[in-house]
Design a protein around this ligand. Structure first.
Ligand code: IMP
Length: 193
């Protein structure tokens, strides 16, 4: 089964590839000739995941799935949430986003947070399906580690041993992460097909 992953984020592709069964031939946006920025204009992560997958289906006619992720910080009322990528501005720089997050949290003692991912799938028959995953954690006061991407250097999962996602090898992050949990739902669903 040929399935495109509708993302330009190479880190996400690296995370997802080992989670998929052999029967899935994973295609990148590049592989299907999609070189444009995918639209992400909805105000929920569910809506954005659906919009990205639907865009690829509508314009390229390839079965595909897209993910969208939000970091929900309790002390910030769930922010940055759906705006996680643009938290510090339209340039979408991870370094700036993390710096802003640490600044906003500087006087808060509650540092609990969760990553939430929704994966939206469009099948060759045009039907859509969604799968969700989440991981609870806390925001560390400083950056630790050089792996992963985005907010990984400050996110400490509660089920871990105190290290951030950026301090873990990819397989270990995949054992706990929001994205791998959402992809597990996708894989179970594809197994029934
Ligand atoms: P999106 O799903 O690519 O729109 O991601 C929204 C924001 O969350 C971006 O700033 C990403 O860098 C960040 N993000 C998404 N997934 C992860 C992750 O697994 N770890 C850390 N940051 C992430």
């Amino acid at each position: 089964m040929r399935l495109c992953f509708a993302s330009n984020n190479a880190h996400k592709l690296d995370e997802i590839r080992p989670l998929l069964p052999a029967k899935v031939q994973l295609l990148s946006l590049n592989d299907i000739g999609c070189h444009e920025e995918l639209p992400e204009t909805q105000d929920t992560i569910e809506g954005n995941a659906r919009q990205k997958a639907q865009y690829v289906w509508d314009h390229f006619g390839v079965a595909c799935f897209a993910d969208d992720t939000g970091l929900e910080v309790t002390a910030l009322g769930g922010a940055p949430g759906v705006y996680s990528a643009r938290y510090a501005g339209p340039q979408r720089l991870a370094e700036d986003n993390v710096a802003k997050l640490l600044h906003e949290l500087r006087s808060h003692t509650d540092r609990t947070a969760r990553f939430r991912t929704v994966v939206a799938l469009v099948l060759p028959d045009g039907t859509t399906h969604e799968f969700a995953g989440a991981v609870e954690g806390r925001i560390s006061p400083e950056l630790h580690g050089s792996g992963g991407f985005g907010y990984d250097p400050v996110f400490v999962p509660v089920e871990g041993d105190g290290r951030t996602f950026a301090e873990m090898p990819l397989a270990e992050k995949n054992g706990l992460s929001h994205r791998s949990r959402a992809v597990a739902g996708l894989v179970a669903f594809l197994g029934e097909k």
